[in-house]
Design a protein around this ligand. Structure first.
Ligand code: ATP
Ligand code: MG
Length: 342
């Protein structure tokens, strides 16, 4: 066999993980390329200094392996995981503690993982909170129903149980939508006609619009093809039209317009409902954000609709803008590029 394979240093440089080796005195003797890329400065950077310190500690007698997260300060803080362990040599036969011959540090940038974990924790807390209210209400209403003999009251209580149950199922549906969208959708992108999508939305929202006493009027061209994921685009338009209906008074009108001009397809959903106060406009796209819980309580929203809208729009390379005046109405403008898949 020819001994012309890669050297251990070359092999270490190919690893995506930072590796730093120290000798028996705790002095750094080798770093791979990933470690150098992660560390700003080995002398006065927070991360570099911590690694050097931990390696020096790890070669002391009786030192144990350590693992910690190091946060770098500054405008764009990052989080690194640093795991350090002593390395022991073979040592003389019969001696219980083999001698420490050095130490190794393994360094990973875990910023993204830490961020996702935090989002997920918040998300679970929010979801549990959102589910608790209607589920608690259902069990109270059911209890009240048990001893109730007056048919009128029974009817009212059953009606309210139905409303609360719908809230739960709406929330679950939103969550499933959101998950499918975050995972990039179940089906891949294809050519989708927004006019056909708008038609389906109008049909699906009609029963809800009738319940609210709101008219939905569509103004559609012959066709508006975009490259995208149909289920996501359906969810986008449905959420906007549903908002228009939910946040309007009896007798209101929601207008759904689709148009095509050079390079983009536009969807505009306009209502003459309660509008959104200027101070909340920036925040309505956040998950679980509702303008005023008291005002939206009976509409039973979970505050996920517009975050789904924003995710879908961005996933399709488009833009979304809200114009709204409190007490006058709201218009949401979405613009999607024609024929540019992402
Ligand atoms: P979900 O859509 O998940 O059922 P939701 O409608 O409360 O619940 P979003 O669609 O994300 O959640 O909307 C966030 C908030 O923005 C709403 O609670 C409401 O206060 C406000 N909002 C959204 N659209 C309108 C609109 N057309 N008119 C007035 N307020 C609106
Ligand atoms: Mg909504």
């Amino acid at each position: 066999m020819a001994a012309s394979g890669p050297s251990s240093a070359e092999a270490l440089d190919l690893l995506p993980t930072g590796i730093v080796l120290a000798d028996a005195s705790g002095r750094v003797v080798r770093r791979n390329a990933a470690a150098d890329a992660l560390v700003d400065s080995w002398e006065d950077g927070v991360l570099g200094r911590r690694i050097v310190e931990r390696l020096a500690e790890a070669v002391r007698p009786g030192a144990a392996p350590s693992r910690e997260q190091v946060r770098t300060p500054g405008g764009h803080p990052r989080v690194y995981e640093v795991a350090v362990r002593p390395v022991t040599g073979p040592g003389p036969v019969g001696v219980a503690d083999p001698p420490v011959t050095g130490a190794v540090a393994v360094v990973d940038d875990v910023t993204e993982r830490v961020r996702i974990e935090a989002v997920r924790r918040d998300f679970v807390a929010n979801v549990s909170h959102e589910l608790k209210t209607p589920v608690g209400a259902i069990s109270l209403l059911a209890e009240a129903l048990e001893d109730e003999r007056d048919p009128e009251v029974v009817e009212r209580l059953t009606g309210r149980i139905g409303t609360e149950a719908r809230r739960v199922s709406d929330l679950v549906e939103d969550l499933l939508d959101l998950r499918a969208i975050e995972e990039g959708g179940v089906s891949g992108p294809g050519l989708v006609d927004l006019v056909e999508v708008a038609g389906e939305v109008v049909e699906r929202v009609e029963p809800m619009a009738q319940r609210h006493g709101v008219a939905v009027v569509a103004d559609l061209p012959a066709a508006a093809p975009v490259t995208g994921v149909r289920t996501q685009l359906l969810s986008l338009v449905r959420n906007l039209v549903e908002n228009g209906v939910k946040y309007s008074d009896v007798g209101g009108t929601v207008r759904l317009g689709v148009s095509v001009d050079d390079g983009s397809a536009r969807v505009a959903v306009a209502d003459d409902g309660m509008g959104i106060p200027a101070r909340d406009l920036d925040r309505v796209f956040e998950r679980f954000y509702r303008v005023d819980r008291a005002r939206t309580r009976d509409t039973g929203g979970s505050g996920l609709g517009l975050s789904i809208v924003r995710n879908v729009v961005h996933g399709h390379g488009g833009t979304v803008r809200i114009d709204s005046r409190e007490g006058e109405g709201t218009t949401v403008h979405v613009s999607l590029p024609i024929g540019s898949p992402r």
